[in-house]
Each structure stands twice: as structure tokens, then as C-alpha cells.
Design a protein around this ligand. Structure first.
Ligand code: 5GP
Ligand code: ZN
Length: 141
């Protein structure tokens, strides 16, 4: 269900400042932060600040805003990290691989030889994520 905020949602808690995240940039409508379980170095997410579970619930104006922000993030990741490629994707529903039911776009740098996993197994060190967020943010246009 679309709503301004959902008390049980981990991303709503990040947006409310109740739990920490390594934020790269934000505006009134969207926020970009590092994935806590990165599948690759620099794995980050773009999230609308309002709670919409999936692409089916997302208002058209936010489809545009989130994807414009994802392009901005991807350009900064490419500049900062110089990956061989960069995956921009999102999942809808458990069967598609969605695990957090607050719409988000993954921006995932890729290096040749990667196993192409979209989800990481280990939680990253928060200080490392903060340093990564600063490195990507420094490359923002
Ligand atoms: P999904 O499968 O729903 O597209 O991906 C959810 C993503 O959110 C996963 O890549 C997962 O690692 C990430 N994630 C889950 N919990 C947290 C958290 O508390 N903080 C951050 N920064 N990322 C999270
Ligand atoms: Zn939410």
C-alpha cells in the first residue's frame, strides 16, 4: 500500500533518520545510499522518500524522479570507481527477487569476471560504506 511512511519498513526508518545509512545524496523526493550488503564495491540504491511497495504503486512523477536520480548516481559511480559496466535494475515481488518492499533502484557497478549476483551475502562495515558514499558523492555533477 502506498503511504507517506510505513512503521515496519526498513527504508522508511532510514528516511526518518531512525537507523543510519551511508547517504550519497538526497532531495525532497528521493535519497541515494549505499547498500548495506553490497553485491559489489559501490553498490547503491535510489529510493523515493514516500513509501510505495513496488513499480505498480509508484506515481508516474516519482518514476521519473527516481530514474533521473539513478542516472545521476550511475554517472558518479562510473566516474569515481571506473567499473567495466554498471547494472541499473529493480525487483517487484518476492518471486522476482524483491526483499525490501519499498520501491528502490539498484545501481550496481560491475567488474569483468563478476559472478553477477544482485544481492550480497555479507554486511559491510559502516565506516567503509561511509567512505564509499563520500567517494561517490565527490564525483557527483
Ligand atoms: P531488493 O531485493 O528488495 O531489491 O533489495 C533490497 C536491498 O536492500 C538489498 O540489496 C539489501 O542488501 C539492501 N538492504 C537491506 N536492508 C538494508 C539496510 O538496513 N540498509 C541498507 N543500506 N540496505 C539494506
Ligand atoms: Zn518504506
Amino acid at each position: 500500500m502506498s503511504e507517506q511512511s510505513n512503521a515496519d519498513c526498513i527504508f522508511c526508518k532510514i528516511i526518518a533518520g531512525e537507523i543510519p545509512a551511508a547517504v550519497i545524496f538526497e532531495d525532497d523526493d528521493v535519497v541515494a545510499f549505499c547498500d548495506a550488503f553490497p553485491a559489489e564495491q559501490g553498490h547503491a540504491l535510489v529510493v523515493p522518500k514516500a513509501h510505495h511497495p513496488d513499480v505498480f504503486a509508484l506515481p508516474e512523477a516519482l518514476v521519473a524522479k527516481v530514474n533521473i536520480a539513478a542516472q545521476r548516481l550511475a554517472l558518479a559511480q562510473r566516474k569515481a570507481l571506473q567499473p567495466d559496466g554498471l547494472l541499473v535494475t529493480q525487483f517487484n515481488g518476492e518471486a522476482a527477487g524483491q526483499t525490501v518492499f519499498h520501491y528502490h533502484v539498484h545501481c550496481l557497478p560491475r567488474w569483468a569476471g563478476s559472478d553477477r549476483a544482485t544481492h550480497g551475502r555479507a554486511q559491510a562495515n559502516p565506516d567503509d560504506l561511509k567512505a564509499m558514499a563520500e567517494r561517490i558523492a565527490a564525483a557527483l555533477d
